[in-house]
Design a protein around this ligand. Structure first.
Ligand code: PRP
Ligand code: ADE
Length: 179
């Protein structure tokens, strides 16, 4: 199903200087409060990744979980949770990263995937791309491939897409903002 770019963009307000001064925060919560826009997003992603050869959905905590779980259900694929540090039980692989307004660590449980698996990474938003890049490194460490990274929003002036493409990770975003 086609999505209505203007309708979706109208549901993404800007919160200036949040969570820290200088950041123009694009808030996706109204997109999910409205069933019509939430459904358009999921349907567009399902259409793109149906029969695409993807074997796993890798969802990034926290807002990426909103999309990842819907996609895994609709495509009948395994869902991998890529979480902030200290949330996953058992043995984990961990990576440090810093992104547009903070820094932290991401983790994935060891043994989540096997060599040759084709993972779709999914998150709400691409800014500097450092979060998705860190997640991709976790997938690569376990022998998996990242077929693509998908987001609702690309903040295209922050260079995330170029950073990921340079690392051989294609990017698909439904909406772009260049300001
Ligand atoms: O492209 P980058 O510069 O790496 O920034 C993008 C990341 O920033 C946000 O995560 P954050 O951890 O702030 O939020 P969340 O836990 O609410 O999803 C967003 O959800 C992306 O994961
Ligand atoms: N500007 C921004 N708005 C919303 N989420 C973000 N994550 C990283 N940068 C962001």
């Amino acid at each position: 199903m086609a999505f209505d770019e203007f309708l979706l963009k109208a549901h993404i307000p800007i919160i200036q200087d949040w969570p820290v001064p200088g950041i123009k925060f694009r808030d996706i919560t109204p997109l999910f409060r409205n069933p019509q826009t939430a459904r358009q997003i999921t349907d567009a992603l399902v259409l793109r990744y149906m029969n695409s050869g993807i074997t796993h959905i890798g969802a990034l905590e926290a807002r990426g979980f909103l999309l990842g779980s819907n996609l895994a259900y609709a495509l009948n694929l395994p869902l991998l949770l890529i979480r902030k540090a200290g949330k996953l039980p058992g043995k984990v692989d961990r990576i440090d990263y810093q992104y547009e307004y903070s820094q932290g660590q991401l983790e994935i449980q060891q043994g989540s995937i096997s060599r040759g698996d084709n993972v779709l990474l999914i998150d709400d938003l691409l800014a500097t791309g450092q979060t998705l890049l860190a997640a991709a490194q976790l997938i690569h460490r376990q022998g998996g491939d990242v077929q693509e990274a998908a987001t609702i929003i690309d903040l295209s002036n922050l260079g995330g897409r170029e950073r990921l493409v340079e690392a051989n990770i294609p990017v698909y975003s439904l909406l772009a903002f260049d300001d």
